[in-house]
Design a protein around this ligand. Structure first.
Ligand SMILES: [Zn+2]
Length: 219
């Protein structure tokens, strides 16, 4: 198996990963020989194949095509109405766009998702923070490539607005996860105990995100 990309840097160790296009990416120290890299790949071949297959299957998943949008875990059709004065509206049953230009539509979707996520997630975060007496500094809503949320040492919480596509329980889970980081900075046993005390069924939401997260990143 040949890597699709070799990224060399000052690092001391070699690592491999499969990117979202199912390509094998190797990160290696500057002077490591190609034979050593190849040996490393052979050792990890089983893992590589498994991971590649998973990502290829996800890429083939056509249940999410361009004419449907995920919102709170449900798929809704997008229909065109060029006389609509708004770029994108949600009727409760469908999304109505006034443009079929893919670029315009994509921008309208992102904007709609971001606004809707703010509308839903910020009050939700404040609700849990008040209820459990957790102090939060700033809340920022943005699109992040790899993370669903984060919490800084100053208790600034970032949330990824793509989560608006996930079921409400999953949004709650990410919010609670980040809020609990204001008291536990790591993923220790006590951290997970605190998460569980607030959300007893958090494992289901965690699993949902692991298995379906790729669908939210396809926007
Ligand atoms: Zn965490």
């Amino acid at each position: 198996m040949t890597p699709n990309k070799i990224i060399r840097s000052k690092r001391r160790t070699i690592s491999i990963s499969i990117n979202e296009d199912a390509e094998l990416v190797v990160r290696a120290p500057k002077k490591l020989s190609i034979e050593k890299i190849q040996d490393f790949i052979y050792e990890k071949e089983k893992w590589i194949n498994k991971k590649k297959k998973l990502i290829e299957d996800q890429m083939k998943d056509t249940s999410l095509n361009q004419n449907k949008l995920l919102y709170l875990g449900f798929l809704f059709p997008i229909t065109l109405n060029q006389t609509s004065s708004k770029k994108l509206i949600f009727s409760g049953e469908e999304f109505i766009s006034n443009s079929n230009n893919p670029e315009i539509l994509s921008l309208s979707i992102k904007k709609w998702y971001k606004n809707k996520f703010k509308e839903i997630a910020i009050p939700r975060l404040n609700y849990f923070a008040d209820k459990y007496n957790l102090s939060v500094n700033q809340i920022r809503i943005k699109e992040q490539k790899t993370m669903w949320g984060s919490c800084s040492s100053k208790n600034n919480i970032n949330l990824n607005y793509l989560l608006i596509m996930a079921p409400m329980d999953v949004i709650d889970y990410v919010i609670i996860h980040e809020l609990v980081h204001t008291i536990h900075r790591n993923h220790s046993v006590n951290f997970w105990k605190s998460v569980e005390s607030i959300m007893p069924n958090f494992k289901e939401a965690k699993r949902w995100l692991k298995e379906n997260g790729y669908k939210l990143r396809r926007l």
